[in-house]
Write a protein that binds this ligand. Structure first.
Ligand SMILES: [Mn+2]
Length: 447
């Protein structure tokens, strides 16, 4: 599957409208083109809530969902009109006829007509839903409500309840359908091929950006033209900068290379990290840290099933990593105390994982408690990353020299199934033997 059937987006709309109370309206703006500089734009990225409810990938559009007094529903898409001259310069537009035919909305109008129709949609409704996180759109809603207010002496009734729609859509997005899971499995497959290619093309003396190019090449040639986020290609101590995206340094002998890169396929993200030796052979110190992180990752993943939570997985992984670091002499002291003091967080400095979907850090409540534990119980259809890491910067003089400059993260993407889990990240080598085996030919090849 390379994209969701358009009928699926209609199902998403129906699910949302089923949650809306009678006599309400919900409004979802599309994204606009963003200027990169002067007259060039960034690659267009659709607003993900709008995309989830439409599958419509053009800028400057608006989705209106109406639920009437009797519970009858209507979906209306406002979008850019067909325009021969514009389309010659900027590309094809879907237009209003195809919006109804192909995208399954009940009606479609040119975007400019929203100004004359919006008052009819708002007037007399008891509740208006829109995303509070988009301040520009919130201002637009208030301006439209003012239009309705103007007619109040003619008997117009202004909506009294404004509700943030983001959490409602987030809850729907959090549970993936079979088709969404299939698409995410495919995004992972493509990303896994890219990580394989990175390992195969890696050589001492190459630059980080050259490996990044190999990854983007592999994504694009399988139909995923864009990464889901800026790829991190971090050699040696750069791995200890969590969001290192400069990707500008040379790759040195006896150093590790950490790559955090995932493709976006038809809107859906993969988010995979692999760490491997630049020259194809782990040193003894690298091996020790790598195996510890790998075992921690597998321990966490094997425990995933409905009812499990990030909070419980954290207890497992933190204890395991703490013991591992004590065994290696990196942490010293009483194991029980080290665990209760969460000393491992000096080296495992980020969270264990996050929801994954249309966004790489996907929406969905984590039920975070006052002590910042993520208590939400996993359910079938949720997709998450599991990504333990150990980071020992060159500047850490509290540990033996052999550990310094080692940064390891390993990240897989996991779906919760009815009885357990499915690991989508199956084709990116991860055992020491598999990585060294795949890379054994690299030094000999000249590219
Ligand atoms: Mn991640």
């Amino acid at each position: 599957m390379s994209q969701l059937p358009l009928s699926d987006f209609g199902k998403h709309r129906a699910a949302l409208m089923a949650k809306m109370p009678t006599n309400s309206v919900a409004l979802f703006p599309a994204a606009s083109e963003l200027t990169r500089s002067n007259d060039t734009e960034y690659a267009f990225c659709q607003n993900k809530n709008f995309f989830y409810l439409t599958g419509f990938n053009e800028p400057d559009a608006l989705l209106v969902l109406l639920k009437g007094e009797q519970g009858q529903t209507e979906s209306i898409l406002f979008s850019l009109p067909k325009d021969a001259l514009h389309e010659i310069w900027q590309g094809r537009r879907i237009g209003q006829i195809k919006a109804v035919q192909d995208y399954g909305v009940d009606a479609s109008y040119p975007i400019a007509e929203i100004e004359s129709l919006i008052a009819d949609y708002l007037e007399g409704k008891s509740q208006v839903y829109f995303g509070f996180s988009d301040h520009g759109f919130a201002a637009q809603i208030f301006s439209w409500l003012k239009h309705v207010n103007r007619n109040i002496r003619q008997g117009a009734k202004t909506p009294q309840h404004l509700t943030d729609v983001d959490p409602m859509v987030a809850e729907l997005r959090l549970i993936k359908t079979e088709n969404e899971l299939a698409l995410m499995r495919q995004a992972n497959h493509i990303s896994g091929l890219a990580h394989q290619r990175a390992m195969q093309k890696c050589q001492v003396g190459k630059f980080e950006y050259q490996i990044e190019a190999e990854i983007l090449h592999e994504f694009a040639r399988h139909g995923a033209r864009h990464p889901a986020y800026a790829s991190i290609v971090a050699g040696g101590d750069n791995a200890n900068i969590l969001h290192y995206t400069a990707n500008s340094d040379v790759l040195n002998n006896n150093e590790l290379l950490l790559i955090d890169a995932g493709a976006e396929l038809a809107g859906y993200a993969a988010d995979i990290t692999r760490t491997f030796p630049v020259n194809g052979q782990f040193t003894a110190a690298q091996k020790a840290i790598y195996q510890l992180v790998l075992d921690a990752k597998n321990l966490a993943i094997d425990a995933i099933k409905p009812g499990m939570s990030f909070a419980k997985l954290n207890v497992l992984t933190n204890a395991f990593l703490t013991k591992g670091l004590v065994d290696l002499g990196i942490l010293t002291g009483d194991l029980t105390e080290l665990i209760s003091d969460k000393k491992v967080k000096e080296y495992f400095i980020h969270g264990l994982g996050h929801w994954l979907g249309l966004d790489v850090h996907d929406v969905g409540d984590y039920h975070i408690s006052s002590d910042r534990e993520q208590l939400r119980a996993f359910e079938e259809g949720m997709v998450m990353t599991i990504e333990p890491g150990i980071y020992i910067p060159l500047t850490d003089l509290t540990v033996e020299e052999k550990w310094r400059g080692i940064g390891v993260r390993i990240e897989d993407n996991i779906a919760v199934t009815e009885t357990g889990f499915e690991n989508f990240t199956v084709n990116s080598p991860q055992t020491i033997a598999d990585i060294e085996g795949l890379m054994a030919e690299n030094a000999k090849s000249i590219t």
